[in-house]
Write a protein that binds this ligand. Structure first.
Ligand code: NAD
Length: 335
């Protein structure tokens, strides 16, 4: 089996705890790997680095092309641009892919949820272009470009086709943001019509889309949306299947891919051994599929499904009393 070199960014808050657990599970399942550990976030500043996203961390991800990243804390109001926004923009990680599915043993209001959020990751209101027009009046610019809208639409349709998905639904607010969301819709329609008529296509105004999501998420398949909507809808959808501890994610570009959970650094539970490492372990499974290590990925999926079904080693967010490490140990024991 090939040995992989993977950048590990433990991050801040619960990041180091869940990263350690995820790395242990991947290695125990048979992944042959050299981890290249790099700093980002508040921990980079604490180590005396110049920026929340140090140049050497960026260079390592570009060099090795794959990273497993824990959540980071971006100091608020200190003039630093968010690590995640920088990473996604500088490495052109244009597609965030976040599968949301019901898990065995995790009781929620709905069963049979199996959807994927595809979020445009590089522009929208994350362009960082804000102006003070006059004192007391500020603007934030929402950017939409034909190149980025077409690129994410094509990615979503290709993903849906390869994964045997049936339908893509675009969430938008083009009734109000006629130009920016209008362009997003035009690009998605064109890719559907010209390249992927095999996939069903529909559109929902995002407010109505959110209502439909909480009424019956099992009817949704692939959801495609611009940056901010994708951020909000991801957390909403996490809440439908058991919370932020169980939703993984990936940020994909043409030159690199960064795998990370949807959740943040959870300072309220950091350092207490309470964090659920499953979202990052699942992100690691997505990474394994990206690296064509499907057999190891399947082994880990099977093991965590067993642990969840047994219900004896769940972390507090899932109603149990197990620590982060105990949950990871239970998965390792069932590999
Ligand atoms: P959060 O996701 O960190 O936490 C929200 C709630 O979910 C908290 O109650 C937390 O305890 C719980 N939670 C999150 N992950 C969990 C897990 N794995 N197991 C159990 N419970 C979990 O969101 P927040 O509190 O709004 O943000 C905290 C920090 O994280 C902020 O600095 C924010 O900027 C940052 N953040 C980083 C990322 C990232 O690096 N990808 C994403 C989102 C937020």
């Amino acid at each position: 089996m090939a040995k992989h070199t993977i950048v590990s960014i433990p991050g801040d808050g619960i990041g180091p705890e869940v990263s350690r657990a995820a790395r242990r599970v991947l290695e125990a399942a048979g992944l042959s790997v050299d981890w290249v550990e790099m700093l980002a976030g508040a921990s980079a500043l604490e180590a005396g680095m110049e920026n929340v996203l140090p140049q050497r961390t960026l260079a390592a991800v570009l060099a090795h092309k794959v990273a497993l990243k824990g959540p980071v804390t971006t100091p608020v109001g200190k003039g630093f641009k968010s690590v995640n926004v920088q990473l996604r923009q500088k490495l052109n990680l244009y597609a965030a892919v976040r599968p949301v599915r019901s898990l065995p043993g995790v009781k929620t209001r709905f069963e049979n949820v199996d959807m994927v959020i595809v979020r445009e990751n590089t522009e929208g209101l994350y362009s960082g272009i804000e102006n003070e027009v006059v004192p007391g009046v500020v603007t934030s610019l929402k950017v939409a470009s034909q190149v980025a809208c077409t690129r994410i639409a094509r990615y979503a349709f290709r993903y849906a086709t390869r994964r045997h998905r049936k339908r893509i639904t675009v969430f938008h607010k083009a009734n109000i943001m006629k130009l920016s969301d209008g362009l997003f819709l035009d690009c998605a329609r064109k890719i559907h019509d010209d390249e992927y008529p095999n996939i069903e296509y529909d559109e929902l105004i995002i407010d109505a889309g959110c209502m439909k999501l909480v009424q019956d998420p099992s009817r949704m398949d692939v959801l495609l949306m611009e940056n901010l909507y994708g951020d909000l809808v991801s957390d909403l959808c996490a809440g439908l299947v058991g919370g932020l501890g169980v939703v993984p994610g990936s940020n994909i570009g043409d030159d690199a891919a960064v795998f990370e959970a949807v959740h943040g650094s959870a300072p309220d539970i950091a350092g207490k051994g309470l964090a659920n490492p499953l979202a990052l372990i699942m992100s690691g499974v997505m990474m394994l599929v990206h690296l064509h290590e499907d057999a190891i990925a399947a082994k880990i999926e099977k093991a965590y499904d067993i642990v969840l079904s047994e219900g004896k080693h769940l972390t507090r967010d899932l109603g149990g009393g197990a620590t982060t490490d105990a949950f990871a140990d239970a998965i390792i024991a069932r590999l």
